[in-house]
Design a binder for this molecule. Structure first.
Ligand SMILES: Cc1cc2nc3c(=O)[nH]c(=O)nc-3n(C[C@H](O)[C@H](O)[C@H](O)COP(=O)(O)OP(=O)(O)OC[C@H]3O[C@@H](n4cnc5c(N)ncnc54)[C@H](O)[C@@H]3O)c2cc1C
Length: 380
């Protein structure tokens, strides 16, 4: 039964993750942090027990993602590897794909990136043109196309590439998903020079007749692609919301600490309501976003994909906005120190904007709610 109040078990999980993340230095090697978190069962918590996972859901995975971020040690690839790719493979993969990927994802030894965005498609994924064609008698597939802004391709062992088959090249998207190994011939990447301080980089990808065996197609058939895609996109939104809430909480925590101590008149600056109230508002908005995120995660874990779709969009919207506001106010609270490298908040100004843009922009969520929830007509 879904309840508004978090269970004692989940509270204990939050406390354990928080203690773990706080015990690690902020400049800890990403791979080491990932593997330690995996050993504790945090990375594969949502994957099936039969394949080495924790048998939990997106509820637990998002809670872990939030706490890592709140402690200042975020792991962006959690949004991609266990949440999108792990979910898609666990729900739709062939037995061989599950055997190959899920235990390795859960124990932290392998990661998978996810590529859907294209230079000429962007928010409109119906326009993607990455195309898969069968190579005659061999049964192989040849994949051609371009992707952009794909995170973590260099640290991932493979990328789950969303494409379309040759006979469905135009019109509404009939996608098919391929697992493309990092070093597959014809699969090249170029790091994009982002104004982001993050170990996970974004890449432009070129697929030039990348030859893949039939087993690289998720599920082995061509018809379940749309279901597969939707199965992955809701967890992605919930996890992005959790990631944003973690970042917002981290920034707010640093600002509150500072505002309690910093004194330039008679009292600490935190006693001035001009400083205190916006921080209190940021806290309230993060809490509200978290409540919606929990609702979306629970609906998803309960198997209500449609209900989860609306809630996950709203949660991602609310969390993105709350994060941007919390970071903005945190930077302001520190005055000049807000913009120094030493205090580490200025870098969050750009990082916080990511949740407003990706994986689906604020405007596209407002479009979704306008059309799907409110029944308003479409402008495009
Ligand atoms: C840090 C980062 C990491 C990312 N990681 C990944 C990844 O791992 N894998 C991946 O596939 N992608 C990834 N992305 C890409 C991300 O999902 C896209 O940037 C996002 O979907 C928006 O697409 P776009 O950048 O092409 O913007 P566009 O689609 O060009 O949109 C530009 C602007 O126009 C607005 N707009 C567009 N259409 C409409 C409309 N109909 N109505 C109103 N406004 C509209 C948008 O809201 C936006 O503000 C990442 C992006 C970033 C920044």
């Amino acid at each position: 039964m879904t309840t508004l109040i978090e269970s004692d078990e989940h509270k204990a999980l939050r406390a354990a993750v928080s203690a773990f993340a706080k015990s690690r230095p902020h400049d800890v090697d990403h791979r080491a942090l990932w593997q330690e978190a995996a050993k504790l069962g945090y990375i594969g918590v949502n994957l099936p027990e039969a394949y080495g996972g924790g048998g939990g859901g997106i509820t637990e995975l998002s809670l872990i993602c939030e706490e890592l971020g709140a402690a200042g040690n975020p792991l962006l690839m959690m949004i991609v590897s266990p949440a999108i790719c792990g979910t898609v493979i666990a729900r739709f993969g062939t037995d061989a794909q599950k055997q190959e990927w899920l235990p390795a994802m859960a124990d932290g030894s392998r990661l998978m990136a996810f590529g859907i965005t294209e230079p000429d498609a962007g928010s409109n994924s119906h326009r993607i043109t990455t195309t898969a064609r069968r190579d005659g008698a061999s049964g192989d597939w040849l994949l051609t196309g371009r992707k952009v802004f794909v995170s973590g391709v260099d640290i991932a062992d493979a990328t789950l590439i969303v494409s379309r088959t040759e006979d469905a090249r135009t019109g509404r998207l009939k996608p098919c998903l391929f697992i493309v190994p990092r070093d597959a011939p014809g699969f090249t990447r170029r790091a994009i020079d982002m104004e982001l301080h993050s170990v996970e980089r974004q890449f432009e990808l070129v697929l030039d007749d990348v030859r893949l065996p039939a087993e690289a197609l998720v599920g082995g058939g061509e018809d379940a692609g749309l279901l597969q895609l939707f199965a992955g996109l809701n967890p992605e939104r919930v996890m992005t919301a959790a990631f944003a809430i973690g970042m917002g909480r981290h920034a707010l925590g640093r600002a509150v600490e500072y505002a309690r101590e910093r004194t330039v008149w008679k009292t600490p600056i935190g006693a001035h309501q001009a400083i205190a109230h916006p921080l209190a508002q940021a806290h309230i908005e993060l809490e509200l976003a978290r409540l919606m995120t929990q609702k979306a995660a629970r609906l998803y874990d309960a198997g209500d994909d449609v209900g989860a779709g609306e809630a996950a969009n709203m949660a991602k919207y609310a969390a993105g906005e709350a994060c941007v506001k919390a970071v903005d106010q945190a930077v302001h609270t520190l005055g000049g120190n807000g913009l120094t490298r030493e205090f580490g908040l200025a870098r969050l100004i750009t990082a916080s904007r990511v949740a407003r843009i990706a994986p689906v922009s604020r405007e596209m969520i407002l479009n979704y709610v306008s059309h799907q929830t409110l029944g308003l007509p479409k402008s495009y």
